[in-house]
Design a protein around this ligand. Sequence first.
Ligand code: R5P
Length: 322
Amino acid sequence: MNHEIVLLSGTSHPGLAEAIARELGVRPGIRTITRFPDGEIEVRLDEPVRDREALLIQPTGPPVNDNLMELLTLADACRRSAAARITAVVPYFGYARADKRRGRREPITASLVAQLVEAAGVDRLLTIDLHAPQIEGFFRIPVDSLTAVPTLRQAIRERLPEDAVVVSPDTGRVAMATDYARRLGLPVAILHKQRTSGTETAVTHVVGDVRDRPCLIIDDMISTGGTIARAVEALLGTGARPEIVVAATHGLFVGEAWKTLGHPAIRDVFVTDSVVPAQSDRRLKTVGVGPLVAAAIRRLLGGGSLSELYHEVPDFHRLEPS
Ligand code: R5P
């Protein structure tokens, strides 16, 4: 049975919601989201959702807790108003890094968030480059994690020297680096990152030949910029050419991130518009994921295969103004 779509966004990223709505040829649904003086969130749906296919567009980037709560309350409102099905489109999934216990007496917050999303009534989750694929296992509802690697690769290709090496900044990103390398026809190097304190990390080994080569450092996300800055230092210390391009799916750029990323060897920083960056910089190049998400939604609703998405819709490389 085909249900009419109602596309509702939280306040996290209205621009992305509009881009997705445009691609799908629907108008954004009408809702009101306000804050009580004490900070509590009030959500009201201003049009019927009964028997409609509800799409909730809400990346849970900073302020993470507020954006998450908006998503949960929107889902609850849709469930109580008898939506036929609720799909949460969360291009950036906050708390994904809290996916395991590193010591005693710690929560697994990514798992807790998964339970909250389900309890709120979400039937299906669509996300992009989930920090760790096994987070899908925290959910009992279907989870589809798209990848922005083909989208970013198209944009990066023109700015990347032919003799570049793709660098994974830690062992967690090796599969992603290998995917970039395969698509770009380049070799891979891997950095061994170790945590030196609660907030500090250091690169102890560089595995692979980077001497005299420009580098493409890839990551799933940039938050404070610390991981990329440590990677740049390690690569230059091993003799890499001071010509570095950075690509990450989610660009948060919180706090002093651009200062941390101030090394002159960093030429360009490519990200998608999965979240609204806290701050921008002249080196930032942003690629829109609206067409990718919309194409995936069309397939989810129409029963098509998501794995064929990247073959059939290759034009995901549009640059949006930063
Ligand atoms: C770590 O496992 C992630 O993949 C990123 O490398 C990290 O979270 C980026 O954060 P920051 O920019 O604060 O170093």
